[in-house]
Design a protein around this ligand. Structure first.
Ligand code: SAH
Ligand code: AVI
Length: 336
């Protein structure tokens, strides 16, 4: 494994970063594009939004006045992290889809203050975020060890190192809602496999609410979410030599009241054919045709309990922000 000079000069014993993406991620993108863009209703999975530019756009989304989930989840963490640290006694935090770990610091502060914090294990597909966050956190928390895992949490959870002691596996931001119901339960079952009897899953989920509030959160006035949505086309242009013009597509965000999820789509402004050169794949769009790029499920307590139960987990704490917009749940393996 290669370490950068910067990493070695900082604190080599404090940081370890393993990458499990070499080559396989490109193949997964190619498979997803071949599968998703040849369907009668075109679709791409949302994990491909997050190259370095997509990650930056996501960070800007988190600051938008319309995008309440980040602020609401942070408010819960600020109110309840101390209790979470004490109740779990966790010595380490594994975080799936960690991104820039902005809110995570609230939890790490509480674990640090409780005197238990030893190790942080961020898991993310975006290499730069795992590496940057490892360097930042080891300097912010003296004595903390960071073992970064650059990988896909749908495929690489076996590379999460064995626990040093009781641990919290955090899955924040509502990312579980980006999976449709069947895959959601599969992903949750895989995550439950990381938990021993002393461990906890801490998961963020956005809650069902007024569709106008939801749609505004995914279609902001400044157009940042629109740019984030179109970014997936730039990823395809770069990684698979496609020739999409992102300006050929309008951003669409709508709440599906039956499924209780937001859908983001890209709607072709005109009829055209684009070619994904690495796949030798022409892709035709009719004028007005839509490509689904993300679902973002909104939860009720019942739906969440059902999903956790199906993954062999039981609820220990249900925490919401003062406005009841977002939920953070703590769960554990069911006692058999
Ligand atoms: N947890 C952060 C970031 C959420 S954005 C927050 O709450 O603000 C979603 C994050 O998950 C991004 O950093 C993205 O790169 C990562 N991600 C999405 N799908 C992934 C996958 N299949 N495997 C690993 N990381 C993934
Ligand atoms: C990461 N995920 C939970 C975000 C969400 O709200 O579904 C991604 C996002 N899409 C548009 N805005 C934010």
């Amino acid at each position: 494994m290669e370490h950068s000079a910067a990493q070695q000069s900082l604190a080599p014993e404090a940081i370890r970063v393993d990458s499990h993406l070499d080559g396989t991620h490109g193949r997964s993108l190619a498979d997803d594009v071949l599968d998703g863009l040849t369907r009668p209703f075109k679709e791409l999975p949302p994990k491909h939004f997050y190259d370095a530019r997509g990650a930056q756009l996501f960070d800007r989304i988190c600051e938008l006045p319309e995008y309440y989930p980040t602020r609401a989840e942070r408010a819960i963490l600020e109110l309840r992290s101390q209790e979470l640290a004490q109740l779990t006694g966790a010595v380490e935090l594994v975080e799936l889809g960690s991104g820039t770990a902005a809110k995570t610091r609230v939890l790490l502060d509480a674990m640090h203050a409780a005197g238990t914090l030893e190790r942080y294990i961020p898991v993310d597909v975006t290499e730069s975020m795992v590496r940057d966050c490892a360097e930042e956190l080891t300097s912010e928390y003296p004595g903390l060890r960071v073992h970064g895992v650059i990988g896909d949490f749908e495929r690489h959870l076996e590379h999460v190192p064995p626990a040093l002691g009781p641990r919290i596996v955090a899955f924040l931001g509502g990312t579980i809602g980006n999976f449709p119901p069947g895959s959601r339960r599969r992903v949750l079952r895989q995550i439950a496999g990381l938990l021993g009897p002393e461990d906890y899953l801490l998961m963020g989920t956005d809650l069902v609410k007024d569709p106008r509030v939801l749609e505004a959160a995914y279609d902001d006035a400044q157009g940042v979410t629109a740019e984030f949505n179109r970014n997936v086309l730039r990823v395809l242009n770069r990684e698979l030599r496609a020739d999409f013009d992102p300006e050929d597509f309008d951003h669409v965000a709508l709440f599906d009241p039956h499924n209780e999820w937001i859908e983001m789509r890209l709607r072709a402004r005109r009829e055209h054919t684009t070619v994904v050169r690495d796949l030798d794949l022409p892709v035709h769009f009719d004028a007005g045709e839509e490509l689904r790029t993300e679902i973002s499920a909104k939860f009720t307590p019942e739906r969440l309990q059902g999903d956790l139960g199906a993954a062999g987990l039981e609820l220990v704490r249900w925490l919401t922000d003062p406005d009841g917009l977002f939920a953070l749940t703590l769960s554990q393996q069911q006692v058999r």
